[in-house]
Design a protein. Structure first.
Length: 256
């Protein structure tokens, strides 16, 4: 199994002809949604995002972007609709200056966050993280505590996005532990052990630089290993391999 991650900077995409080509990819309902946005920054982000997911899925499935149709599952998670339903899975995440897209052959979730050190991370963790994770944060040196907080945050967000449940799942009900060997352990707090149904999930964590953290979660199924490929890209434009600084991963995960 191979999971692909794509990163782009919407702010850097300003070519007028390229943006017009993005508009031509919009389905009628997407055109309506695009037209309804009044804030220019939001309009631009929406357009680049739609172009990114359409062009990347078309590339993976070897079809034209115009052939793709989308709907939502019973929990509201976006997915490919017929005739390509189930052929690929995707997820998106935005933060200041960066768009991340994950593609997989199984359910997948991605989260990317810009680092913010202006708030008390322990107080947020106490409200939303498991007791195990909060204790781990409290034991960290103050100088690295915020970075560790975002490591956990993006992992938890990626997982619930892969599930498609959003915050309904409850962030306190499961824990992530980062070992000294950069192995990611996943634990269900409800049973104080790793549930058999949870063993099918794999994770990877990246410290892109001092500004961003990113994580991806995917349904591993019965596969014993998975490969990750990362790219920087411009929708309908250049795609370049990207060296991702891996900070932690489930056993069996490798970077290509």
């Amino acid at each position: 199994m191979t999971v692909e991650l794509f990163f782009c900077s919407p702010e850097s995409i300003r070519d007028a002809e390229l943006l017009r080509s993005y508009e031509r990819l919009l389905a009628p309902d997407e055109r309506q949604a695009y037209a309804s946005l009044r804030v220019e920054e939001r309009r631009h982000e929406y357009l680049v995002t739609r172009a990114a997911i359409c062009s990347l899925l078309a590339r993976r499935l070897r079809v034209s972007p115009q052939e793709l149709r989308f709907d939502r599952d019973e929990l509201g998670k976006p997915r490919l609709a017929s005739p390509h339903a189930g052929r690929a899975y995707f997820n998106l995440s935005h933060t200041r200056g960066l768009l991340a897209c994950a593609l997989s052959d199984s359910e997948v979730g991605v989260d990317v966050e810009a680092i913010d050190t202006s708030f008390d991370v322990v107080s947020i963790a106490t409200r939303f993280f498991s007791a195990r994770e909060t204790r781990s944060l409290e034991g960290r040196p103050e100088t690295s505590r915020a970075l560790s907080f975002f490591d956990l945050w993006v992992l938890k967000e990626a997982y619930i996005k892969a599930l498609g449940t959003g915050l309904r799942e409850g962030l306190r009900h499961f824990s992530f532990l980062l070992g000294e060997d950069e192995t990611i352990s996943f634990l269900s707090e409800a049973k104080e052990k790793l549930l058999e149904e949870d063993r099918r999930w794999s994770f990877a964590l990246f410290r892109l630089d001092e500004r961003y953290r990113a994580a991806v979660a995917w349904e591993q199924g019965s596969a014993f290993s998975a490969a990750l490929r990362a790219y920087s890209h411009v929708p309908l434009g250049e795609i370049s391999p990207m060296a991702l600084p891996l900070h932690g991963a489930s056993p069996g995960v490798r970077i290509l």
